[in-house]
Design a binder for this molecule. Structure first.
Ligand code: NYM
Ligand code: MG
Length: 229
């Protein structure tokens, strides 16, 4: 595998998405080590990034310590991505690969899952247009039964059965519509090592396939994503 920076190539941008309890954090950690061992310089980011001032407002909302209008909190989640967009682009351009735990896909589906009649999936997607387009989105799929076996939900907003069921459906919809996204679904209900093995195969193929002499693309509207392919 060619290390980052060689021949002036950019890094890759990889997003990991999934429902709660799918093992995203463990697999992101695995992925990070895998890339480092393959000679890449790697940064890991998770959204929401709760360390910024916008992130602190999001954190307080998720913990139920503050109330916000559905549209307002939605736009804060998006703003939290926009405040890091430039640094992601410049890291990738300078040869660092960036792994992101949750991204625009979570942003759109969790808000749309609230079933607020004035907050459609299309509306929820629109502030994401123009953000860096990932080279790959790994979607960790887990059945409700397996998720239940892994223990109860935490105490944050959205961590309940009704939301998870809707979120699962909406992830499918958004990936169908945003077909420019290279989404690979991984069955994350299996033992950790089996999942990791799949992930290394997918990543190795992704690194070979991506033209790292061309810059990152930008996210487009949901419908234009479908028309392009
Ligand atoms: N979430 C996450 C959103 O509602 N919108 C977003 O844009 C993002 C990035 O935050 N239940 C939700 C999904 C999660 C919650 O994320 C916190 P995590 O990865 O569970 O800490
Ligand atoms: Mg969570």
């Amino acid at each position: 595998m060619v290390a980052n920076g060689a021949r002036g190539e950019r890094g890759v941008l990889i997003v990991v998405e999934g429902l709660d309890r799918a093992g995203k954090s463990s697999q992101c950690e695995y992925l990070r080590n895998f890339l480092v061992q393959s000679g890449h310089s790697v940064k890991y980011i998770r959204f929401p990034d709760r360390t910024t001032s916008i992130g602190k407002q999001i954190d307080s909302y998720l913990r139920g310590q503050s109330q916000l209008d559905d549209h307002s909190i939605h736009l804060l989640f998006s703003a939290n991505r926009w405040e890091l967009a430039q640094s992601i682009e410049s890291d990738v351009a300078s040869g660092t690969s960036v792994i992101i735990d949750r991204y625009s896909y979570s942003g759109a589906v969790y808000s749309a899952a609230k079933a607020n009649p004035s907050l459609s999936l299309e509306w929820a997607w629109s502030p994401e247009i123009g953000l860096p387009q990932p080279d790959l989105c790994l979607f960790l799929q887990i059945s409700p039964e397996e998720a239940a076996k892994r223990g109860g939900f935490g105490g944050e907003r959205y961590e309940n059965e009704t939301m998870q069921v809707r979120v699962r459906e909406l992830f499918k919809t958004v990936f169908d519509l945003q077909r420019r996204a290279d989404v690979r679904t991984v069955d994350a209900g299996r033992p950790l090592q089996e999942v990791s093995q799949d992930i290394s195969n997918i990543i190795t193929a992704c690194i070979t396939r991506v033209d790292r002499t061309s810059p990152l693309q930008k996210l487009t509207s949901l419908s234009s994503g479908a028309m392009d392919s």
